[in-house]
Ligand binder design. Structure first.
Ligand code: UD1
Ligand code: UDP
Length: 382
C-alpha cells in the first residue's frame, strides 16, 4: 500500500512525524512524504529533529503570503506529485491551508484521504480563522477520520459524514513523549540545554508566551502586548517569547516589547528546546492549538488567549483557562497563578485527555483494516 503523507507547517510536522515513523516500520506500507514548505524555516527545524526523509518538497512559501496565493500554489504543485506518485491514499493533518489544499487536490484525483486530528470544532467559522473552515472541508471528504478524543468523534457523528471515525488520541502526545524521553534528566540533550540559554534567570518565575492566530491580528495583539508590558514590571518574573515568523506578528510584538528588560524576545525554538522551556515554565500563555494539548500532559498551567477553543477537554478538566485578549483579564489570571500557590498547584495536576502515546499505532492499524482498540483517557479506563 502506497501512503503519501502531506504536510507543510511546524505543528503538522510535529504531529505527523511519529505517524510517518510508524508507517516506515510497517512492512506492507510504502511510505512517502511530501512537504509543501508552507512554513520554510519552522518546518525545516522539525524535519531535522525527527530525521524525516522528504520525498517531495514543493517550497510554496513566500514572505507575507496571502491565503489564496498559498492555496493556489499548493493545489497546483501538489497535483503534479499526486499524478506522478498515484498513491493508494493520502494522509493530511489538522487545519492548515496545506491540509485543505491537499485534501481537495486528492479528492479531484479520486485518491482517498485520511484526516489525522479530525473533528475539532468551535462552531464558529471566524475563529480560529481560517482553520475552522479548513477542518470542515477536510472532514467532509475524508474516508478515514482519526478523531483525537471522544468529543471530536461526537462532533463528527453530528455531521453525518461519509468517512469512518476512529478515536485514536492525538499524535502530538506520541511526539511529546518521544521528546521527553530524549530530555530525560542527565541525558546528553538536557545537559546541553542547561547551558544553552545563559540569560535565563532561574530565581525568577518563568512565563512562556506564544501567539500567532489571525483573528488576534490588530487589537488582539495590541492588548496582549499591553498585558505583557504590565506583567514585565514585576521584579519576580521573566517572560520568554519565541516570536512566530509571520511578519504581521513580528512587527507588532517587536515594536511593543523589545527593550523591556524582563522580556526576552527570541526566534522560534526548535521543538526539543521548546519542550525544555515548557518543562521549566511556571505559566504558559498562548493562542496555540498544540501547546494547549502538550501543557496539560506536562502538568503546566495554560492561559489561552482566545475566546473559544476547539480543544475543550483540558478546559473542562480545569488545567486550561480561556482568557481572551483583554489585558486586565490576562494580568489578573497570571497574577492569581503567580501569587496564590494553592491555586497554581490545582492547575499543575498532570492530566492526559489528548492521548496516550499510541495514536500512530492505532492509525496505521486502521489503515490496514486491523482491529483498533480506541483511545480512552485515564479517568475513563477500567
Ligand atoms: C499557519 C496556519 C495555522 C497554523 C500555523 C502554525 C494556515 C492558514 N495557517 O499560520 O493554521 O496554526 O501556521 O504556526 O494554514 N514565515 C516564515 N517562515 C516560516 C513560517 C512562516 O517566514 O517558517 C512567515 C512568512 O512570511 C509567511 C508568514 O509567516 O508568509 C505566514 O505563514 P502562514 O503559514 O501563511 O501563516 P501562519 O500564521 O504561520
Ligand atoms: N513550538 C515549537 N517552537 C516554538 C513554539 C512552539 O516547536 O518556538 C511547537 C509547540 O510545542 C507545538 C507547536 O509548535 O507543538 C505549535 O505550533 P503553533 O502554535 O505554531 O501552531 P498551532 O498548534 O496553533 O496550530
Amino acid at each position: 500500500m502506497k501512503v503519501l503523507s502531506i504536510f507543510g507547517t511546524r505543528p503538522e510536522a510535529i504531529k505527523m512525524a511519529p505517524l510517518v515513523r510508524q508507517l516506515e516500520l510497517t512492512p506492507t506500507v510504502h511510505s512517502l512524504v511530501c512537504v509543501t514548505g508552507q512554513h520554510r524555516q519552522m518546518l525545516d527545524q522539525v524535519t531535522a529533529l525527527f530525521d524525516l526523509r522528504v520525498d517531495h518538497d514543493l517550497d510554496v512559501m513566500v514572505p507575507d503570503q496571502t491565503l489564496n496565493g498559498l492555496f493556489g500554489r499548493a493545489v497546483h504543485r501538489l497535483d503534479a506529485v499526486l499524478a506522478a506518485e498515484s498513491p493508494d491514499l493520502v494522509l493530511v493533518h489538522g487545519d492548515t491551508t496545506t491540509a485543505c489544499a491537499a485534501s481537495i487536490a486528492s479528492f479531484h484525483r479520486r485518491i482517498p484521504v485520511g484526516h489525522v486530528e479530525a473533528g475539532l470544532r468551535t462552531g464558529d467559522l471566524s475563529q480560529p480563522f481560517p482553520e475552522e473552515m479548513n477542518r470542515r472541508v477536510i472532514d467532509s471528504m475524508s474516508q478515514w477520520l482519526f478523531a483525537p478524543t471522544a468529543q471530536s468523534a461526537a462532533n463528527l457523528a453530528r455531521e453525518s459524514l461519509s468517512g469512518r471515525v476512529y478515536v485514536t488520541g492525538n499524535t502530538v502526545i506520541d511526539a511529546l513523549a518521544w521528546t521527553c524521553d530524549i530530555l530525560a534528566p542527565g541525558s546528553q540533550h538536557s545537559l546541553v540545554l542547561e547551558n544553552k540559554y545563559p540569560w535565563l534567570e532561574p530565581q525568577k518565575r518563568l512565563i512562556l508566551v506564544t501567539g500567532h492566530r489571525r483573528e488576534n491580528f490588530g487589537s488582539g495583539f495590541d492588548n496582549v502586548c499591553a498585558a505583557l508590558a504590565t506583567l514585565a514590571k514585576r521584579d519576580d518574573v521573566q517572560i520568554v517569547y519565541p516570536v512566530h515568523l509571520n511578519p504581521k506578528v513580528r512587527e507588532i510584538v517587536m515594536s511593543r516589547l523589545s527593550g523591556l528588560s524582563s522580556v526576552r524576545l527570541i526566534d522560534p525554538l526548535a521543538y526539543l528546546d521548546f519542550v525544555w522551556f515548557m518543562q521549566r515554565a511556571d505559566i504558559i500563555l498562548t493562542d496555540s492549538g498544540g501547546v494547549q494539548e502538550e501543557a496539560p500532559y506536562l502538568g503546566k498551567p495554560v492561559l489561552v488567549m482566545r475566546e473559544v477553543t476547539e480543544r475543550p477537554e483540558a478546559v473542562q478538566a480545569g488545567t486550561v483557562v480561556l482568557v481572551g485578549t483583554d489585558p486586565d483579564r490576562i494580568c489578573y489570571e497570571v497574577s492569581h497563578l503567580l501569587d496564590d500557590a494553592e491555586h497554581h498547584a490545582v492547575f499543575c495536576r498532570r492530566i492526559n485527555p489528548y492521548g496516550d502515546g499510541k495514536a500512530s499505532v492505532r492509525i496505521v492499524s486502521a489503515l490496514l483494516g486491523e482491529p483498533v482498540r480506541e483511545f480512552l483517557p485515564d479517568q475513563q479506563r477500567a
